[in-house]
Write a protein that binds this ligand. Sequence first.
Ligand SMILES: *Cc1c(COP(=O)(O)O)cnc(C)c1O
Length: 239
Amino acid sequence: MTDRRTELAANLAQVEERIASACAAAGRKREEVTLIVVTKTYPADDVRILHGLGVRHVAENRDQDAAPKAAACADLSLTWHFVGQLQTNKVRSVVSYADVVQSVDRIKLVSSLSSAAVRVGRELGCLLQVALDAGSGERGDRGGVSPDGIDELAAAVAAAPGLRLDGLMTVAPLAGPYADRQRAAFDRLMEISSRLRADHPTANMVSAGMSSDLEDAVAAGATHVRVGTAVLGVRPGLG
Ligand SMILES: *Cc1c(COP(=O)(O)O)cnc(C)c1O
């Protein structure tokens, strides 16, 4: 094994152990939680190693980096998640490789994703990104729709050709009433998810939890955790 492969294998084993313990503590089955490895800022070679270690879901947050990486890994069977703030001028590119966009947070983006998906003849999974710290009608600092904007956005995705409403995503807020209260934030997300599922029963994905708070997310009921640093290492610079 190369050094990098050894390192990633060890990190992955540790994360796997954390997820398994969190599931056990919550009385949940391990297979109820899917690990998505966030490979942003790391090279395609790392994605290839991770695939060799059994990873099947990866996530990226910038189209400029993600598009060439996905192209370099086109021979691997991977599900690509897009988790970053998305400008409409990047939609066409993102739709060419992403299987799921987790950061759907406004109506304008829904129409743009829909026409792009129809054009390439693909069905794109969509998660609505919830900004738990955003007031009514506002958007979050890091993207996301306020909780009271979910119903309208969900209806728009459900009615849009080429799109499939899969569920919700959140990033635990750094400020506001949920700052440093990850478990409370994820519990709130689960309440919003129950309400969403009443109208859209198949929209049952709940993407929450990162390297520092995946246990809270699993305890609350998340179906997907997005882990970067704990698998790949601390990112150089911003990301
Ligand atoms: C970077 C990122 C993650 C992973 O964060 P880590 O702290 O590195 O695990 C998860 N979700 C989103 C939206 C991200 O941008």
